[in-house]
Design a protein. Structure first.
Length: 434
């Protein structure tokens, strides 16, 4: 059997999920973080009067119902910002978008929103600006470095020294403006010792940039064997190409999430915002969140069915195309089931609410789409596992290279050791694109 995590609202298998019992009711969770958060929310003990074991209290059921209602979160008390979580590490939660401190992956919203949040729109706009800015500034750097290798006499028009300074001036904003979010993730991964591909990208591009800057400013410190046609090779183009490609991947991921969110928002718009509650023959309008199982609801012609339930009185034709895809209206009468979000066409009827909130068919569809959006392919875990070993291995090889060249290398040993250790990091840097 499956259950719904009360914190992140993901569908979980009861046989394998974490479990907690509150007020005699079992709850199931996708992660330890969700379980701890739920238990903390319900840690306050409820004052309960002592009851005789021999006498039944007619108010006991009402007290239990009141406690259950008290546990339901009040929408007015919820934080204004959307809660985001990491698809690979569900225990990571924060208000507003960002990146996971463990794997560096973009956080996903836990709860589907009817409208795109300002944070999401701003995040995509910032990433798009960084990508296009990096592409415009980085393209000349790439051409200045690559065109001479194709036989085009660039250095007959621009001296290698001038070309190097142009590459430096253009690649600097690409590194420290466009690529700044990548360095932030690399820094957090090092501080938390959760090494990932952003670690390698940050170290590799940073090392290549510093190496190229030293080669440009003080080429004389390099041994003659590192010079080609009287100059030391620069790697500014490697830093901008890797940075721009990673930014492209981040932007495409945000765009895909944006499109999926649009589909979820369209599904959310299928549910009406209000319902007509009937109590003792009197009818009043309430919000959809206030509808509870067992309520009697009036649905008029042209209105949407608010929740899943059963018709108690009346009959009508209902358009269920949003569920079945069939455009022909379905005849409904007393005793037949109706689905929330479908459109009542002709008659007016009285229905009894049976499934409300996250239990409705429409809510379950939305949760499935949202869960699919947050989930990642199994290969992602394989990549993270490899990265966790690959990054420290590259760093270890770089250190070993420095030590061996310092001990066994020709003079000047330190220069050879430093340059070859840096070369290991530069060579490994493109591997991070995998």
């Amino acid at each position: 059997m499956t259950a719904t995590d009360p914190i992140c609202h993901m569908e979980v298998d009861e046989s394998t999920a974490l479990q907690a019992t509150v007020d005699g009711q079992d709850w199931y969770f996708c992660s330890q973080g969700c379980r701890d958060k739920f238990v903390a929310q319900h840690a306050e003990p409820e004052p309960v009067e002592k009851k005789s074991c021999c006498h039944h209290d007619p108010h006991q059921g009402h007290e239990h119902h009141a406690r259950q209602q008290a546990h339901k979160p009040d929408p007015k008390n919820l934080p204004a910002g959307t809660i985001y979580s990491c698809p690979m590490h569900p225990e990571i939660e924060q208000e507003g978008p960002g990146s996971c401190p463990i794997c560096g992956m973009d956080l996903e919203p836990l709860m589907p929103q009817k409208e795109e949040s300002p944070e999401e729109a701003a995040e995509y706009a910032r990433m798009a600006h960084r990508f296009w800015g990096g592409l415009i500034l980085g393209l000349p750097v790439f051409l200045l470095a690559m065109l001479p290798m194709t036989g085009i006499p660039v250095h007959s028009w621009i001296s290698p020294e001038v070309s190097g300074w142009i590459q430096f001036l253009l690649s600097t904003p690409v590194m420290f403006w466009a690529g700044w979010p990548l360095f932030e993730r690399a820094y957090r991964s090092i501080i938390s010792m959760n090494l990932n591909m952003f670690t390698l990208i940050g170290i590799g591009t940073g090392t290549a940039y510093i190496y190229s800057l030293i080669a440009l400013v003080a080429p004389g410190i390099f041994p003659p064997s590192f010079q080609h046609n009287g100059t030391v090779e620069l790697y500014f183009e490697a830093t901008v190409v890797i940075t721009v490609l990673v930014l492209l991947g981040q932007m495409l991921e945000l765009r895909a999430r944006k499109r999926t969110n649009s589909a979820i928002q369209e599904l959310l718009s299928l549910a009406p915002p209000t319902a007509h509650l009937v109590v003792d023959g009197e009818e009043r309008e309430i919000s959809l969140e206030e509808v509870q199982a067992g309520n009697l609801l009036r649905v008029r012609p042209g209105e949407k069915v608010p929740v899943d339930g059963v018709i108690q009185e009346g009959k009508s034709l209902i358009d269920e195309s949003m569920i079945t895809g069939e455009s022909v209206p379905v005849s409904k009468a007393q005793g037949t089931e109706v689905i929330g979000g479908t459109v009542n066409q002709t008659g007016s009827f009285l229905m009894k609410a049976e499934k409300v909130g996250g239990e409705t068919l429409l809510s379950q569809i939305i949760q499935m789409v949202s869960s699919a959006q947050r989930s990642r392919a199994p290969i992602q875990r394989v990549v993270d596992t490899i990265a966790a070993r690959f990054v420290p291995a590259v760093l270890a090889i770089s250190v070993i290279t420095f030590l061996l060249w310092s001990w066994l290398g020709p003079e000047p040993r330190f220069a050879y050791a430093l340059i070859n250790a840096v070369a290991v990091l530069i060579i490994a840097c493109p591997c991070a694109l995998g």
